[in-house]
Each structure stands twice: as C-alpha cells, then as structure tokens.
Design a protein around this ligand. Structure first.
Ligand SMILES: Cc1cc2nc3c(=O)[nH]c(=O)nc-3n(C[C@H](O)[C@H](O)[C@H](O)COP(=O)(O)OP(=O)(O)OC[C@H]3O[C@@H](n4cnc5c(N)ncnc54)[C@H](O)[C@@H]3O)c2cc1C
Length: 125
C-alpha cells in the first residue's frame, strides 16, 4: 500500500505489505510489522506519531523483501524449461547437502536487513 496508516488507524500484515508467492514469508513479515507497531505504540504517547514511526522503520524492510520476487527466484520455484528444471534440482540438491536453507547472498542480506528494535524498557514501564 502506498501508505500504511491514516490518523490513528494502521494496517499490518498482508493488508499493508503482502509479499508475492515468489518472495514469500508473509507470516514472518506480518509478525515483524506487528511487533514494531506494538513497540512504537508503547514508545510514543501519541498514536499518530507511533504509526508513522512504525512505517518509517518497517517499510524499507518490507519493500526489500517484496522486491525479491523480481529476482531469479521465479525460475527456482516455477521452472519453465528443462534447463531451469535441471538448475532448480541441482540448486536444491546442493542446498540439501550443505545444510543451507536460504537462497543466494542477496536474498540472505535482505532477510537479515532489519534489526528489530528492543522495546523491553517500554514493557517494564
Ligand atoms: C497459498 C498460500 C501459501 C502461503 N505460504 C506461506 C508460507 O509458507 N510461509 C509464510 O510465511 N507465508 C505464507 N503465505 C502468506 C501468509 O499466509 C500471509 O502473508 C499471512 O497469513 C498474512 O497474515 P495477516 O494476518 O496479515 O492476514 P491473514 O492471515 O489473511 O488474516 C486476515 C484475517 O482477517 C479476516 N478478515 C477479513 N476481512 C474481515 C472482516 N471484514 N472482518 C473480520 N475479519 C476479517 C480473514 O478471515 C483472516 O482471518 C501463504 C499464503 C498463501 C495464500
């Protein structure tokens, strides 16, 4: 969505930033967004400031994850040719052998690109 809030009303999860099938992890993203929104609501006296801060923190991460759909993952998940099918099978076999569970370097960097804020001081207050 072009914006995630209006006044005191904010969107979370798929309603705000649904990923495509090719970028995946919609449930994880929904949890990350909900965590940040809850934390920002605890950290700000004014909910309007809190929802603006929530979007400022979470949007770059969500957009980077969505953008993974335009990378090469398409041929990995839905190969269209025998060559892509063979490449998919070799990649998955190599990942299985090495114990690796994530895609290439760029995807791995995106997955780890948001360090979640620590809101524990607001929970104790
Ligand atoms: C086929 C498929 C496979 C997927 N696989 C994965 C996966 O492997 N891993 C992963 O992380 N994600 C996966 N996802 C994505 C994941 O399901 C979503 O990103 C995630 O559920 C989003 O959570 P949400 O709470 O934002 O929305 P939802 O889970 O869609 O929850 C919204 C809720 O609101 C309810 N609702 C709607 N309108 C109203 C209304 N007017 N009043 C009251 N309630 C209403 C709905 O019934 C629903 O229960 C998959 C999605 C699909 C469709």
């Amino acid at each position: 969505m072009p914006r995630w809030s209006s006044g005191r009303v904010a969107l979370v999860g798929d309603a705000a930033h649904a990923p495509s099938f090719l970028s995946g992890q919609g449930s994880s993203l929904a949890l990350v967004g909900a965590y940040v929104l809850a934390g920002e609501l605890a950290a700000h006296a004014d909910p309007v400031d809190a929802v603006a801060s929530y979007e400022r923190i979470a949007r770059p991460f969500m957009e980077a994850k969505q953008a993974l759909a335009s990378k090469k993952g398409g041929s990995l998940l839905m190969p269209r040719t025998q060559e892509e099918l063979d490449a998919r099978n070799s990649t998955l076999a190599a990942m299985q052998q090495s114990g690796e569970t994530s895609r290439g370097d760029h995807a791995g960097q995106v997955h780890n690109s948001l360090t979640l804020p620590d809101y524990t001081r607001w929970l104790r207050a």
